[in-house]
Design a binder for this molecule. Structure first.
Ligand SMILES: NC(=O)c1ccc[n+]([C@@H]2O[C@H](COP(=O)([O-])OP(=O)(O)OC[C@H]3O[C@@H](n4cnc5c(N)ncnc54)[C@H](OP(=O)(O)O)[C@@H]3O)[C@@H](O)[C@H]2O)c1
Length: 380
């Protein structure tokens, strides 16, 4: 080998050698971190000693697993600080989010490697304010409220008034109000913020009969759009009854094979490819990829997520947009949802109601991926 080529060859060899070493060290460190994080992973269940002095009931899960790991336990009654409300929960509702009790490995670095860091479950609730901290001016004892906070499957909660909590409309029951927070805010933010929904548009909602879909149909109608809901045969009448102008039975017809064109697709299932959905979108249409079908970490979710990532990247090169998002709570949006219910523009669809002691059965039902509207828990 010539002198100059030899030097170049040696340089490349050195770079490759050091890169391989760096990758090996990174892999060893990641493995060590995972190993230590796994064995150090602990939660309240390991720390607790003795019975609570002032016990109230709450749903607790000390380990990862299916609904069978949930128990109705005695926990200490929470005491509000100066900036909190104490809410006596009257109803709560379930969301696919609650199925993270199964502890999918991909998100265990956040949830806790070996055991769930947060042993409490649930987000959506409605109830009565029992006491307020001395700095709280927006609410008073006796107010009926609904909102979202971690650990909502419990008899009592402490919540901050500046977070996602608002007055329950008088024309709604606690069960109805508890059905709203996560699902309706997901529908509102997806259609309005990502989908830029406008009056007169043609909107298609794939997964129109589920928790989010039943709110999406009603919210899209409240924006003055023409709505098509995609659902199965048994849900056609229900989806029509909440305002859909057209319905497509996914067991009989593929919505991507029709001649219709839409300005906005709100997709909660993600069971069609980028090109199939592009075909039925107008040239400047938007597809909001809100969900990946089913509930929780089900079979086929990885394929669906890869398909959605492909659609997101693919849409950089075409006129239509494909967008994904994670909804988040805020007070103004909670107030909008309250107003929609007060004005009779949005009424929650409740599929089944279970007692707090029957949460295992309720979550098992939600996990089938075929709930018709929301699954609600009553807390007495
Ligand atoms: N982006 C976010 O921030 C966010 C927030 C909340 C939820 N999500 C996601 O949104 C999705 C829906 O949530 P959800 O609470 O509405 O779930 P859900 O209540 O469990 O949805 C169940 C509904 O999906 C319908 N469905 C199942 N397969 C279908 C198909 N091939 N075509 C049309 N509809 C189908 C079912 O109808 P049939 O019984 O008739 O099949 C059922 O009514 C989930 O993937 C969830 O993880 C995302």
């Amino acid at each position: 080998m010539e002198g100059a080529s030899l030097v170049k060859y040696m340089k490349i060899k050195r770079i490759l050698k050091w890169s391989a070493r760096a990758i090996l060290v990174a892999l060893i460190l990641t493995f060590l971190w995972g190993f230590i994080a796994y064995w150090r992973s602990t939660n309240d269940c390991d720390r607790k000693t003795g019975a609570p002095a002032n016990p109230v009931k709450a749903i607790v899960h000390c380990e990862y697993g299916g609904p069978e790991v949930l128990t109705l336990a005695d926990v200490e009654k929470p005491v509000p600080n100066d900036n909190q409300l104490l809410v006596k929960v009257r109803a709560a509702s379930l969301n696919p989010l609650d199925l993270t009790i199964r502890g999918p490995w991909l998100i265990r670095p956040i949830l806790g490697m070996r055991k769930p860091k947060d042993t409490r479950l649930g987000v959506d609730y409605a109830g009565t304010v029992e006491a307020v901290g001395k700095n709280v001016t927006q609410f008073k004892p006796g107010d009926e409220v609904f909102g979202g906070t971690n650990g909502a499957l419990a008899e009592y909660l402490c919540v901050r008034p500046d977070r996602a909590v608002t007055l329950k409309p008088a024309n709604m029951t606690f069960e109805q109000a508890a059905a709203v927070p996560v699902a309706a805010i997901t529908a509102l933010q997806g259609l309005r913020d990502k989908g830029k929904i406008k009056p007169g548009q043609k909107v298609l909602i794939n997964g129109a009969s589920g928790g989010v879909g039943t709110f999406a149909v009603q919210i899209a109608k409240s924006f003055g759009t023409e709505v098509t809901g995609v659902c199965s045969t048994r849900n056609l009448d229900m989806v029509r009854s909440i305002g859909a102008d057209h319905v497509i039975d996914y067991t009989k017809e593929d919505f991507t094979k029709t001649d219709q064109r839409y300005d906005l697709i709100f997709d909660l299932v993600g069971n069609h490819s980028f090109s199939e959905r592009r075909r039925i979108l107008n040239p400047n249409g938007i597809c909001v990829m809100a969900g990946a079908g089913g509930a929780g970490w089900h079979d086929g979710i990885v394929t669906a997520l890869v398909g959605e990532l492909n659609a997101y990247v693919g849409s950089w090169f075409v006129s239509q947009r494909f967008l994904a998002y994670i909804s988040s709570f805020n007070k103004p949006d909670m107030a909008i949802l309250g107003d929609l219910m007060r004005d009779g523009k949005m009424t929650p669809v409740i599929d089944k109601t279970y007692k707090l002691s029957d949460v295992q059965a309720a979550l098992t039902y939600l996990e089938t991926g075929h709930a018709r509207g929301k699954v609600v828990i009553t807390v007495d």
